[in-house]
Design a protein around this ligand. Structure first.
Ligand SMILES: NC(=O)c1ccc[n+]([C@@H]2O[C@H](COP(=O)([O-])OP(=O)(O)OC[C@H]3O[C@@H](n4cnc5c(N)ncnc54)[C@H](OP(=O)(O)O)[C@@H]3O)[C@@H](O)[C@H]2O)c1
Length: 228
């Protein structure tokens, strides 16, 4: 059976890399996207070598420039800094196929414009995810997820990721497609976060978690209690 394919735009960065490693180990075919084809290929080769050295055989990771990566898959994950979200969406928009699913992981941290990582910026659209949805072509479903999962926890392949993943989106079937991606990461639990507009709250939580990480020298995550 062929592997399910995920393209990660900005996948050369910390968050994209962490997700790529976890999903590649779980059997997904990964394409790393970058503004530079060389950087994408080098990053993919580095990840393949890392997994191979750990004994994770038969993993599939390649690298392409962002528009080609976006065109290569029907599941696209956006992991770029907030100040690069609009320009990146404009770069990939015409490559996104109708019927594809775009998972936005962007957090509008003040750090993206030279400020503090423990504060979020006001976004006119309401949230980074809603801004992403405004920029996505018709027929592409936008959901948001993985904001509260830290890159360091994802990259620590010796341990499970101790975090719930709140998935926000306006289309139930699009959100349902994310569930197996969440559950492929050991320790993560899928939580339906309701409408895409609720991403405002989920994105803001990340700034709070970064503050915990600084004060407690930790890799914090979230757990929602009372839900089986
Ligand atoms: N790091 C975390 O723990 C974490 C956790 C939750 C959510 N997030 C969110 O996930 C997103 C990515 O985080 P990250 O830490 O992975 O970020 P990052 O490492 O700073 O950047 C990710 C990638 O984005 C591309 N990029 C950077 N600046 C750009 C620009 N001006 N224009 C276009 N592309 C640019 C770069 O790829 P190329 O140079 O190869 O194109 C870079 O490798 C952010 O929105 C962040 O808030 C991060």
């Amino acid at each position: 059976m062929s592997k399910q394919h995920i393209a990660i735009i900005g996948g050369t960065g910390d968050q994209g890399k962490g997700l790529a490693l976890r999903w590649a180990r779980a059997g997904f075919q990964i394409t790393i996207g970058s503004r530079s084809g060389e950087r994408a290929a080098a990053s993919a080769a580095e990840m393949r070598a890392l997994l191979n050295n750990r004994g994770d055989k038969d993993t599939s990771i390649d690298g392409l420039i962002n528009p080609d990566a976006a065109a290569s898959s029907s599941i696209i994950v956006l992991t770029v800094p907030f100040d690069a979200q609009i320009s990146t969406m404009k770069q990939i928009s015409s490559s996104l196929q109708p019927g594809s699913l775009l998972i936005d992981v962007t957090v509008p941290l003040e750090a993206a414009v030279g400020g503090k990582p423990v504060r979020t910026l006001g976004v006119w659209a309401g949230s980074a995810a809603e801004q992403c949805a405004e920029l996505a072509p018709a027929g592409v479903q936008v959901v948001s997820a993985f904001h509260n999962v830290g890159a360091a926890a994802l990259a620590d392949l010796e341990h499970e990721v101790d975090c719930d993943v709140i998935v926000c989106g306006d289309d139930k079937s699009a959100k349902a497609q994310i569930k197996p991606l969440v559950e492929a990461i050991a320790g993560c639990r899928y939580i339906d976060g309701g409408a895409l507009a609720n991403s405002r709250t989920v994105e803001a939580l990340t700034a709070l978690l970064i503050g915990f990480n600084i004060r407690y020298k930790a890799h914090s995550g979230i757990r929602i209690t009372g839900i089986k």
